[in-house]
Design a protein around this ligand. Structure first.
Ligand SMILES: Cc1cc2nc3c(=O)[nH]c(=O)nc-3n(C[C@H](O)[C@H](O)[C@H](O)COP(=O)(O)O)c2cc1C
Length: 186
């Protein structure tokens, strides 16, 4: 468990050569110190959501997801659009957050890495579901950043300085104290 301030990076793609993964790996590389990022990599291990299983003891992978969200200062999501909405696997992840309180008031932003004019269905679903779960959508931190695979650097990261600056800005905005939920009373 990492309890120091950090942004949890969640990819909505399971694809090995994922563009959304490229965006998040680049975000991790440009995170302005002392801000840290942690990659959530448990998407494929989550069971299909079933309310019957949303009880103690939770499936281990679900408990890990909820703990990762609880520990994070904020969440950054990068998810593709499938058939006009989120990939089912990522909607499944979000369904598992509904029965917990970890995501309530948690600052959240997303990066839309789809080609220009595409991906709005995934964004709309993210907005609907995250609003339903009570997350705090940090609008100013949400971005559209198309990944041009021809311009990736030697590490397979986005090399464009403007895009890298936008990702750093997104992380800074997510970590800003004014988006944090109020501290519980003593
Ligand atoms: C099954 C499937 C459905 C898709 N549906 C859409 C869609 O509705 N709208 C869209 O803009 N792109 C759609 N795409 C394209 C993906 O969003 C695009 O390939 C994206 O880059 C995948 O993300 P990834 O590179 O991180 O895996 C679809 C791709 C697949 C495989």
């Amino acid at each position: 468990m990492l309890t120091s301030p950090h942004i949890l990076l969640l990819s909505g793609s399971l694809r090995t050569a994922s563009s959304n993964e490229v965006v998040l790996r680049t975000a991790a590389a440009v995170a302005p110190a002392p801000l840290r990022t942690v990659r959530y990599d448990g998407l494929a291990a989550l069971p299909h959501f079933n309310p019957d299983d949303d009880t103690d003891p939770l499936p281990a992978s679900v408990a890990e997801l909820r703990a990762a969200i609880a520990d994070a200062t904020a969440l950054l999501i990068c998810a593709p659009e499938y058939a006009g909405t989120l990939p089912g696997s990522f909607k499944n992840l979000l369904d598992w957050t509904v029965g917990g309180t970890e995501i309530c008031d948690k600052p959240v932003a997303w990066i839309n890495a789809a080609a220009p004019g595409r991906g709005q269905g995934a964004e709309a679903t993210l907005r609907t579901v995250l609003t339903y779960t009570g997350a705090t959508i940090v609008e100013a931190a949400c971005r559209r950043l198309t990944v041009d695979r021809g311009t990736l650097d030697a590490d397979g990261l986005i090399g464009d300085p403007d895009a890298r600056e936008q990702l750093a800005e997104t992380l800074n905005l997510l970590a800003a104290p004014d988006h944090q939920p109020p501290a519980p009373p003593l």
